[in-house]
Ligand binder design. Structure first.
Ligand SMILES: [Fe+2]
Ligand SMILES: [Fe+2]
Length: 327
């Protein structure tokens, strides 16, 4: 989904990312022309599904929120999402759907407001919810189903990588909560540097990029690391995940062609989780996805399993249940 934003004071939120049935803390607008917006709902009112459907039927794709209100919008959404995610009667698919909606809003915040301390703390809250879901449920097919309607390909990928990284860590017997949360936050933000690149480049499969485009694309781990490092409060482990998530054990990754021993243990996990999710989650650059077993096969046989052996084994064990269900 492409957004050509002209007015820097307004942020477009895809209607499909609005959580229905909740009180919205800010004014909602629709766009009339390049610089004209009209308020369609005042702060404090509830949205409902029919009303949102109605807008969609009128081919309105986005509701617009003032940039100065956006922090409040996310804060309230996170509170609402927190309540919904603890509901006993909701399945993982529905919970992930809501987590996808709120994550999409947080990624819009990163894009339009920047990597601020507030945005970073919003990401931490997303991670807490994702870790809790992985702890309680751990079912990957439900996760994939829940992410299907998420509007943004990068959000789908990032949330899935976060979730799969936690599943791998559980299998590796990583018990320390602080370590798991750092791993999950690095996984959620691993590709954040892509936001600095032209959207047309992100949507292209690497095999179709020119030499210059590949050079530019391969800068995203560095760009992401720069953004996080600028906050000065992000732990080194998270910075390492972002910078090293395209390295692999046989020294054929980028940007530094590191070999296994030199790669940060958390980056080893995220690198494999990211490759697995590239193969299994739809993206503009990759419309043809593989099943879980096909993806494991591709990594093992076609790619020659270039990732850390223990991490790959842990992913295989973590997915055994899903593979049995599919058989
Ligand atoms: Fe990446
Ligand atoms: Fe990635």
């Amino acid at each position: 989904m492409k957004i050509d934003i002209k007015d820097p004071n307004m942020i477009p939120v895809p209607i499909q990312d609005m959580i229905s049935g909740t009180v919205i803390a800010v004014d909602l607008h629709i766009k009339l022309s390049d610089n004209k917006f009209i308020v369609i709902q005042r702060a404090g009112q509830k949205t409902n599904r029919e009303q949102l459907k109605n807008y969609e039927n009128k081919t309105i794709e986005y509701l617009w929120i003032k940039k100065s209100d956006y922090y409040n919008f996310i804060d309230c959404n996170l509170v609402v999402a927190g309540v919904i995610l603890t509901h006993k009667n909701l399945g993982l698919t529905q919970k992930v759907h809501i987590l996808g909606q709120i994550s999409a809003s947080v990624f819009l915040e990163l894009e339009h407001v920047g990597m601020t301390l507030e945005a970073y703390s919003h990401c931490k809250q997303i991670v807490e919810a994702t870790v809790a879901l992985a702890d309680i449920h751990g079912d990957l097919n439900d996760l994939f189903n829940g992410l299907k309607n998420c509007s943004d390909g990068l959000v789908r990928h990032s949330l899935a990588v976060c979730y799969v990284s936690v599943l791998i860590a559980q299998e590796l017997q990583w018990k320390n909560k602080a370590i798991i949360e750092k791993l999950a936050l690095g996984a959620l933000l691993h590709d954040i540097g892509l936001k600095t690149l032209p959207p047309t480049l992100i949507d292209k499969h690497k095999s179709k990029m020119t030499f210059d485009e590949i050079q530019l694309y391969e800068q995203h781990p560095f760009k992401g690391m720069e953004q996080l490092a600028s906050l000065r409060i992000v732990p080194d482990d998270i910075i390492a995940i972002i910078y090293q998530h395209h390295e692999n054990s046989i020294g054929q990754g980028y940007p530094r062609k590191l070999r296994n021993a030199k790669i940060h243990p958390m980056a080893r996990v995220v690198a494999l989780a990211a490759e697995f999710c590239n193969l299994t989650i739809t993206a503009a650059s990759n419309p043809q996805v593989q099943t879980i077993s096909q993806a494991l096969q591709t990594i093992e046989v076609t790619m020659g399993q270039p990732y850390n052996k223990d991490v790959f084994r842990a992913l295989q064990i973590a997915l055994k249940k899903e593979l049995r269900k599919a058989a």
